[in-house]
Design a protein around this ligand. Structure first.
Ligand code: HEM
Length: 512
């Protein structure tokens, strides 16, 4: 009897152990296999590894852990992709699962709780606005209609530099002047306003938009750590509310002015600015989606934040590289002189005939992509390169690192536009070639690329056609410092200050 009991006990122990082992074995088989990851700290996860320039910190980590990394930033699971192949997996192969962006506190507040367009979840509202961007606001026909506006702005920019050159000013802050130029272009296309150099409305908008970009571009710990969110430790919440209020007051004033004008000009057939088109849709009972005032204001804010500093910063990096590489600058000038001559300024319509200029801009995008990270959200569990990517993970696609990948680019850190002069290898920058993605790729890629390319080519061409440049306050053969600073749009660490020396006499089409 005692024997039977001990046999039964033994059998039970065996059964329980077998079941336990089986459960553990199955569990280990279904375990999530995340991409490689550095050691994490409790609570912070990997937050301590990020500095003020996240794209550089991610790049450093990818050199050690590979092109697909998993991180935990506070409580948020994140994935970093740093090679053309991994980027292609997210942006093309599994595009639908990564067509939204993660929400954050700043965007939520600043866009009237709507997420605006750039952060809208992939769904009917985003699709409606995207169609509007492609077919109307940022489409080819609208961009052509506004060409005279851009030409006028370009002329006043050249005229201003010429005045400064004649007055022999000791150094022009080109970062500021280029930011004014791109702000005026977007501001006139969006709502027919321009900076008057005094206290114009476009100036007010520029200052507020700068503050918005700083808020969106700063790493807000509240997005990753509940404690910081709850107690607003960095004072973010207060700053966001303040900036939002300032923007709202300006936008309300401009919208009211537009509404007044529209009443007076019913049926007028002048060129509509973006705000007019958006107001038309908001008043249209048959529109697929009835836009609210908040949607309109959120969308205009998106255009300014996404479309002004990006183009200005790219032009600054291009000129910086050309000043540091005078032989290339001279080659570009010769090309312009032979195609355009010296009796008129370069126009947007000349760009197609200036292949070396185009190569310079591509090379600038490769080394200095103004939006260094494409930020996406995973909306359904996915497997990429054998690793599990969990739904809700934030995905950082490091466009900056991809442009410097030595596996794809010879002497990858050297500025060498000639690499794009090979007819056999006509790389485009609009998202089809995954080793060069300054505008991202796929349905969530940048809708402003055509406008940006027109503005940047024309700006850089005019700056080198009309002037030679001396660094700083004009002393010796100093080089431009190429350090990056913190911010949303890959700004220079120091403003670009140079002396313009006029090169064309008499100056074509410009009277001062
Ligand atoms: C040098 C200039 C520019 C660069 C480098 C740039 C780059 C980018 C990048 C990388 C993205 C994210 C793409 C992705 O996730 O795949 C983006 C999105 C966006 N850009 Fe641009 N951009 C530039 C100029 C502009 C301009 C001029 C505008 C409009 C006036 C604009 C409007 C937008 C908008 C609205 C989005 C969000 C699109 C969406 O979420 O569907 N950008 N841009």
């Amino acid at each position: 009897m005692a024997d039977l009991q001990s046999y039964a006990t033994l059998f039970l122990v065996f059964l329980v152990t077998a079941l336990l082992v089986r459960t553990l074995f199955l569990k280990s088989q279904t375990k999530v296999r995340l991409p490689p990851s550095p050691m994490a700290l409790p609570i912070l996860g990997h937050l301590h590894l990020l500095g003020p320039l996240p794209h550089q910190a991610f790049h450093k980590l990818s050199k050690r852990y590979g092109p697909l990394i998993s991180l935990r930033l506070g409580s948020v699971p994140c994935i970093v992709a740093s090679s053309p192949q991994t980027a292609k997996e997210f942006l093309k192969t599994h595009e639908l699962a990564f067509s939204s962006r993660p929400q954050n506190i700043a965007v939520g507040h600043l866009t009237y709780g709507t997420c605006g367009f750039a952060f809208a979840p992939y769904g009917p509202y985003w699709k409606f606005m995207k169609k509007l961007c492609v077919s109307e606001l940022l489409g080819g026909r609208t961009i052509d209609q506004f060409e005279p506006v851009r030409r006028e702005e370009m002329r006043s920019f050249v005229k201003l530099l010429l005045e400064k050159s004649k007055a022999q000013e000791t150094g022009v802050n080109l970062s500021r002047e280029l930011s004014n130029l791109t702000n005026n272009v977007v501001s006139r296309m969006a709502m027919s306003k321009r900076s008057s150099r005094t206290e114009g409305e476009a100036d007010e908008v520029r200052v507020v938009v700068q503050a918005v970009a700083n808020l969106v571009g700063t790493f807000n710990l509240g997005d990753y750590l509940g404690f910081f969110r709850k107690f607003d430790v960095q004072g973010f919440g207060k700053r966001i509310k303040d900036v939002h209020k300032r923007f709202d007051v300006i936008m309300e004033r401009i919208i009211k002015e537009h509404e007044e004008e529209r009443k007076k000009e019913k049926g007028g057939n002048g060129v509509k600015d973006f705000l007019d088109t958006l107001l038309d849709i908001s008043e249209d009972d048959n529109a697929e989606i009835r836009l609210r005032r908040e949607d309109i204001k959120g969308f205009i804010m998106d255009l300014f934040v996404a479309g002004t500093d990006t183009s200005s910063v790219t032009s600054q990096w291009a000129l910086s590289e050309l000043i540091n590489n005078p032989i290339m600058c001279e080659k570009a000038r010769k090309e312009i002189d032979s195609v355009v001559g010296k009796n008129r300024l370069v126009e947007e319509s000349d760009i197609a005939n200036l292949p070396y200029l185009q190569a310079i801009i591509k090379e600038t995008f490769r080394l200095h992509p103004a939006s260094p990270i494409s930020l996406r959200q995973c909306t359904q569990d996915c497997k990429i390169k054998g690793y599990d990517i969990p739904a809700n993970a934030s995905v950082f696609i490091n466009l900056w690192a991809i442009g410097r990948d030595p596996k794809y680019w010879d002497n990858s850190l050297e500025f060498r536009p000639e690499r794009f002069m090979n007819d056999q290898n006509p790389t485009d920058v609009r998202g089809q070639y995954f080793h060069l993605l300054p505008f991202g790729s796929g349905r969530r890629g940048c809708p402003g690329a055509t406008l940006a390319l027109q503005v940047i080519h024309a700006t850089v061409a005019n700056m080198i056609q009309c002037f030679t440049w001396k660094v700083g306050h004009g002393e010796g053969n100093a080089k431009v410092d190429m350090k990056e600073g913190p911010g949303l749009t890959l700004p220079r660490a120091q403003p670009l200050v140079c002396v313009p020396v006029a090169r064309l006499h008499p100056f074509p089409c410009i009277e001062i």
